[in-house]
Design a protein. Structure first.
Length: 532
């Protein structure tokens, strides 16, 4: 008997259709993968199950859970089901957790809300046991810790612990691994699989990444524009798929840009023995402050026209090194040169050197001021120029930058909320190109994008590199993307470069155990899945 049955669910918000005739089921002990791009309706399907919908929402059809019709259930009934019988894991753990409360208190709160007669002591004991199940043992992760004291993967484990504290019959996980590095992602997926097996609960796993669910889901539903366009067995869908959209998703997941290998040229970026320390809190009142070495004697060269990948787990020092290269952080040792000139002139970055490089960030929405038009946003780098263009020259530069990334001059008068995620990232790239910088630092620039949009952006980056002779430093935890877009790879661990070499050599024949573990953790599609 099915645990959850969604039968011909339709949802409208303010009379606008969001979902149309969505049907799927989750059995006890089964993992149901729900796949689709942004706006496909997969998250709204999950929120419909929990009845956590915006005002002026109208649902029709049926959602049956353990004998309850959730669309007609009272709010009192729904409150008893949420958290108790249905747990929810959200995408961004830092926003799902209260930064003012300890992790123990937050897990215990879930228990006490649904079991008000449970004492605080007993709730904390059960919280500790639940965190232990989620691989956060109390000896290493005391209940007194706060969310900011944990890594991204550890915070996600706390969110999972909150969701399973009362051993729900159904767990809904909405993009639980999107922002995590490959090894942490693999650990979280293994944890979810183990919890399903141990508790016999059903799991609805929502993601835009087919590779994530292909190795874990028993059944897969493909959603597009509010509809389920295809459903199939997780192990065989890549062979039985019929719908063109499903085939397009599989093809985009394994997309390889058409890149020509770059012959060695003159060095553009030289990093020589760079050291970056952070001062830590004192352990005692009169003791000397401790030092944490985030970047430890790092050296490498990036040649003109080359694409270099920098990979490693969260906390390995990638972002700290990037900030130093961009002149945002002063280093304690070594030097960083662009075209043979140091990035820092004394204690401040040299503006003439700094304008030779620009950065494209991971979150294309968060990196823009929503109050400004595209015209103002993409001209921000003009402050690095001694004589910024004015009048017709300024308008021409804006139009050329937008056209180069596949947008139109008319887009300059719009605001950032009027664009899709992929279009926003194109605007971010246009901002990086507008002053004709030579080095573009891409900091997780495609990690948050849907697979088809990601494929388009990778093709765009390849085309721009060929047209303008750009040099890329590509920082990412997504090793499959790094493999498709770079000439060489640096592997970083604990502040050091532990392995380096041509991209294919690193992926085919890694030498270090750490590199092997990163590559082994990459989620992969079944063989032949991208041939459609």
């Amino acid at each position: 008997m099915s645990l959850l049955i969604i039968d011909k669910l339709s949802l409208s918000i303010d009379t606008k259709p969001i979902l149309q005739n969505v049907s799927m089921a989750v059995e006890p002990g089964q993992i149901r993968g729900v796949i689709g791009e942004s706006g496909s309706g997969k998250s709204m399907t999950a929120f419909s199950v929990l009845q956590l919908l915006p005002d002026r929402s109208t649902c029709s059809g049926r959602i049956t859970f353990a004998g309850h019709d959730l669309l007609t259930a009272t709010e009192e009934t729904l409150c008893s089901i949420r958290g108790n019988d249905i747990g929810m894991v959200f995408q961004e753990p830092m926003t799902a957790l209260n930064p003012l409360h300890t992790i123990g208190a937050q897990v215990a709160e879930t228990i006490r809300i649904h079991e008000p007669k449970t004492s605080r002591r007993e709730a904390m004991r059960r919280a500790a046991a639940t965190l232990e199940r989620c691989e956060l043992p109390n000896a290493r992760f005391p209940l007194s810790r706060y969310p900011h004291e944990l890594s991204g993967g550890q915070r996600q484990r706390v969110v999972i612990a909150m969701a399973i504290a009362l051993q729900p019959k159904l767990l809904i996980a909405d993009e639980p691994t999107t922002a995590l590095d490959v090894t942490t992602q693999a650990e979280i997926l293994d944890l979810l699989r183990r919890l399903v097996s141990e508790d016999g609960m059903g799991l609805m796993l929502i993601t835009h990444d087919l590779a994530v669910v292909s190795g874990i889901a028993d059944r897969i539903s493909i959603m597009r524009q509010g509809e389920v366009v295809e459903e199939g067995d997780g192990a065989t869908l890549h062979r039985t798929m019929q719908h063109p959209y499903t085939k397009a998703l599989f093809a985009a997941s394994g997309h390889q840009p058409d890149r020509a290998p770059q012959p060695p040229t003159a060095p553009l970026l030289q990093v020589k023995n760079v050291v970056r320390d952070y001062t830590m809190p004192r352990k005692t009142l009169f003791g000397a402050p401790r030092k944490f070495r985030a970047v430890d004697d790092v050296s490498f060269t990036l040649n003109k026209g080359e694409s270099l990948g920098l990979v490693g787990e969260s906390g390995c020092g990638k972002s700290t090194l990037t900030r130093a290269i961009l002149g945002l952080d002063k280093t304690q040792g070594g030097e960083i040169l662009i075209d043979g000139k140091p990035v820092f002139a004394g204690n401040t970055p040299d503006r003439a050197v700094r304008r030779k490089m620009q950065v494209v960030f991971q979150d294309p929405y968060g990196s823009f001021n929503p109050r400004h038009t595209v015209e103002r946003l993409i001209t921000e780098p003009f402050h690095l120029l001694d004589t910024p263009p004015k009048g017709a020259d300024r308008a021409k530069a804006i139009d050329e930058a937008l056209l180069s990334v596949g947008l139109t001059p008319a887009d300059k008068s719009k605001y950032i909320h009027e664009f899709s995620g992929g279009q926003r990232q194109r605007i971010a790239i246009a901002r990086a190109l507008i002053i004709k910088s030579e080095l573009i630092v891409l900091d997780e620039a495609v990690s948050a994008l849907d697979v088809s949009i990601r494929a388009q952006i990778l093709d765009l980056l390849t085309d721009l590199a060929a047209r303008f002779g750009l040099t890329y430093l590509f920082i990412s935890h997504d090793l499959s993307v790094v493999r498709s877009i770079t000439d060489r790879v640096l592997v970083m661990q604990a502040g050091k470069i532990v392995e380096r070499g041509p991209t294919e050599q690193i992926f085919v024949n890694p030498q270090r155990a750490y590199t092997k573990s990163l590559i082994a953790a990459i989620p992969t599609l079944p063989e032949g899945a991208t041939d459609a």
